[in-house]
Design a protein around this ligand. Structure first.
Ligand code: CTP
Ligand code: MG
Length: 283
């Protein structure tokens, strides 16, 4: 696969599996990829970001794993990692790659500039929850704040990343960015086919569509994932685990451009947003 070289800065990409060599000869400061223990250089004051990127992207249709699909000529994953790396609050990014694609992801990240941030790549799991748990295991224990951000949200503005990290630093145990819903939502009794009876209509003003990055105090999130593993609890977002075990989760404003690329139409929208950014602010 031919990846474009963004060449915006050095990257310290480490793989949790198997040695590989830097493919970026222009990046003199690039540190060779190693199999060492989690990077301890990242200051405990800085947040670590875990990026689940191991999904297949079934709903996007046939093709490469979703995180490796391109948006404006750059893989979604690279956009997402850059969005995190742009935040001064973030010191380390741990990418959970498709289990059979670790080497490919390492060389891909190494060939794109990532503003000098430390990036570590680990194999993801069979579910998003498992991928995040495996990613958390690569975060140095002294880290206080951890963000979990979907590779499938490539265009999250840095202001959202900063706001979530700041809210955790200010004492919240779990922080979720979210936006109000445009559509009215109805709860239904799902049917295999035919019309579905409506049960009720929740008051839309109390509903929020949640996004990522979600932010946590590291020990709390690690404990929640371990308990979920022991109890077989499954949820679709990390804050859901904290809620499940009685923890307090707060919402901060998200952003409409932090939407998740899920279906083909989302990719069309993402291309348009990216084109506008490139035209108006040299993005
Ligand atoms: N993810 C992951 N490991 C999995 C499944 C999902 O790391 N086993 C990641 C995806 O790569 C994505 C994020 O979790 O960045 C959100 O998941 P989703 O949007 O559902 O992506 P996919 O699972 O890839 O898509 P689909 O459900 O359509 O197959
Ligand atoms: Mg999925």
């Amino acid at each position: 696969m031919a990846w474009r070289n963004g060449g915006r800065g050095s990257t310290n990409v480490q793989s949790g599996r198997g040695p590989a060599r830097s493919r970026n000869p222009r990046s003199a400061r690039a540190i060779p990829i190693t199999t060492e223990e989690p990077n301890l250089n990242a200051s405990a004051q800085l947040a670590a970001a875990v990026v689940p990127a191991a999904g297949r992207g079934e709903r996007l249709g046939p093709g490469a794993p979703k995180a490796l699909r391109e948006l404006g000529g750059v893989p979604l994953l690279v956009h997402a990692v850059r969005a995190l790396a742009r935040s001064r609050a973030v010191g380390l990014v741990v990418v959970c790659a498709p289990p059979d694609g670790v080497a490919e992801v390492v060389s891909l990240l190494d060939s794109h500039g990532l503003d000098g941030k430390d990036v570590r790549v680990v194999p993801g799991g069979a579910s998003r929850q498992e991928s995040v748990r495996l990613g958390l295991a690569a975060v140095p224990a002294g880290t206080r704040v951890v963000l979990v951000h979907d590779a499938a949200r490539p265009l999250v503005p840095v202001e959202v990343v900063d706001a979530v990290a700041a809210a955790v630093r200010a004492g919240a145990a779990a922080v979720v960015p979210a936006v109000p819903l445009a559509d009215t939502v109805k709860r239904v009794e799902p049917q295999p086919s035919g019309p579905e009876p409506v049960l009720d209509t929740p008051d839309r003003s109390t509903l929020r569509a949640v996004q990522t990055p979600q932010g946590f105090d590291l020990p709390g999130l690690v404990a929640a994932h371990e308990r979920a593993l022991a109890e077989g609890a499954e949820v679709t977002d990390d804050a859901g685990l904290i809620e499940r075990f009685g923890g307090r989760v707060v919402v901060v404003p998200g952003h409409e451009e932090a939407f998740k690329v899920t279906r083909p139409l989302d990719l069309v929208l993402a291309e348009a947003v990216l084109a506008r950014r490139r035209a108006t602010d040299g993005y």
